[in-house]
Design a binder for this molecule. Structure first.
Ligand SMILES: *[C@@H]1O[C@H](CO)[C@@H](O)[C@H](O)[C@H]1NC(C)=O
Ligand SMILES: *[C@@H]1O[C@H](CO)[C@@H](O)[C@H](O)[C@H]1NC(C)=O
Ligand SMILES: *[C@@H]1O[C@H](CO)[C@@H](O)[C@H](O)[C@H]1NC(C)=O
Ligand SMILES: *[C@@H]1O[C@H](CO)[C@@H](O)[C@H](O)[C@H]1NC(C)=O
Ligand SMILES: *[C@@H]1O[C@H](CO)[C@@H](O)[C@H](O)[C@H]1NC(C)=O
Ligand SMILES: *[C@@H]1O[C@H](CO)[C@@H](O)[C@H](O)[C@H]1NC(C)=O
Length: 286
């Protein structure tokens, strides 16, 4: 993932080089920046403006100290002494979500508020997320091991999908039906205009922006430490290769060599652009 600094450096370099007609082909990154820059001008929600009074400015050591103090506080009054020692300043009770620093070719960015970066959540059972999904961005199949999620699209369009669980058909369970072969049912729907979708705890799900415009979602999670497990990355990490082969039914389509070659390309969260959509939208893709 590119840092904002390196992107700015690239932009600066591009600007300095501009008086002469550029004959060198532009890099994928430079072309992507060009493509996405227009949304910043068009769309106030992608302007990345930050209210300094709402930025959680504590250092990692202060965050940890505050988390621990809140954990020991037994009453609301005790918690308030920790969170609000300087009324009416609310900075320990606010969290700045709007920080979209990701530039394509990645799929967007998610800002997650958890007990780690927002200690006030520790005693509440809550976490939150705001996702800035670039055109054609895919929030890759994943699950939250410790929380349900209610995700609401507040700008643009997302396809929301989840893969159903089946609590039988594993085979060799006494008195239960034989193993079932093949894909599980997927639930999918188009979310737009403030539609929310529930992604139950531990269920694999994904979201995809099928449009050529950015999308934004807001999500609430019912655990201050919801966690995130990546489906593909987690599964294909299993070693030795035969574990993957045996789990996929020794498919002719997935050889040990392919499994080895696949591992280094396994993406972590929220980084993908879907190729067919990128072609439709004219987004640089390689
Ligand atoms: C936020 O909380 C910390 C203690 O965790 C405290 O030192 C700091 O003064 C508080 N900030 C404000 C603005 O009240
Ligand atoms: C609140 O406190 C924070 C941290 O001390 C500080 O940066 C900010 O300026 C304060 N805001 C107001 C409105 O006083
Ligand atoms: C925004 O993100 C960048 C890059 O991660 C970080 O350096 C910066 O401190 C963040 N700003 C705020 C206000 O959270
Ligand atoms: C779910 O399990 C039941 C019972 O084994 C089986 O009949 C059904 O086909 C399974 N469905 C899927 C999609 O695997
Ligand atoms: C759900 O997925 C099916 C199969 O890919 C697709 O035909 C359908 O258009 C999708 N529905 C929505 C609302 O995205
Ligand atoms: C969303 O709202 C807009 C404006 O009212 C409307 O044109 C569009 O059809 C709506 N989309 C859906 C999927 O309901």
């Amino acid at each position: 993932m590119q840092t904002i600094t390196s992107i700015l450096a690239l932009l600066a370099a591009a600007t300095m080089a501009s008086p002469v007609a550029i004959s060198e082909p532009q890099s994928l990154e430079a072309r992507s920046i060009e493509y996405y820059k227009r949304f910043d001008d068009l769309n106030p929600l992608t302007k990345r403006e930050v209210n300094p009074n709402t930025v959680n400015s504590l250092t990692p050591a202060q965050l940890e100290a505050q988390r621990e103090a809140l954990l020991l506080a037994q009453s609301e009054t005790a918690r308030e002494k920790i969170l609000f020692p300087n009324p009416p300043n609310a900075s320990n009770d606010t969290f700045q979500f709007i920080n979209n620093t990701v530039t394509p070719p990645t799929g967007g960015s998610i800002v997650l508020s958890t007990v780690s970066n927002f200690p006030a959540l520790g005693s509440t059972g809550l976490a939150g997320a705001v996702g800035f999904v670039n055109p054609c961005g895919l929030n890759t199949p994943h699950w939250h091991p410790r929380s349900n999620e209610l995700l609401t699209v507040v700008q643009g369009t997302l396809i929301g999908a989840l893969i159903l669980e089946n609590d039988s058909g594993f085979g060799n369970v006494v008195g239960a039906p034989p193993p079932v072969i093949g894909a599980l049912p997927q639930i999918n729907t188009t979310l737009t205009n403030y539609t929310g979708m529930l992604f139950p705890k531990g269920i694999i799900h994904w979201q995809f922006n099928p449009e050529c415009e950015p999308a934004v979602f807001v999500a609430g999670l019912d655990n201050p430490d919801p966690g995130r497990a990546e489906a593909a990355r987690g599964f294909f990490t299993a070693e030795p290769d035969e574990v993957v082969q045996a789990s996929t039914g020794y498919s002719d389509y997935l050889t040990p060599q392919q499994i080895k070659e696949l591992r280094p390309t396994l993406t972590s969260s929220f980084t993908s652009i879907v190729e067919s959509c990128a072609k439709k939208c004219g987004i640089p893709f390689e």
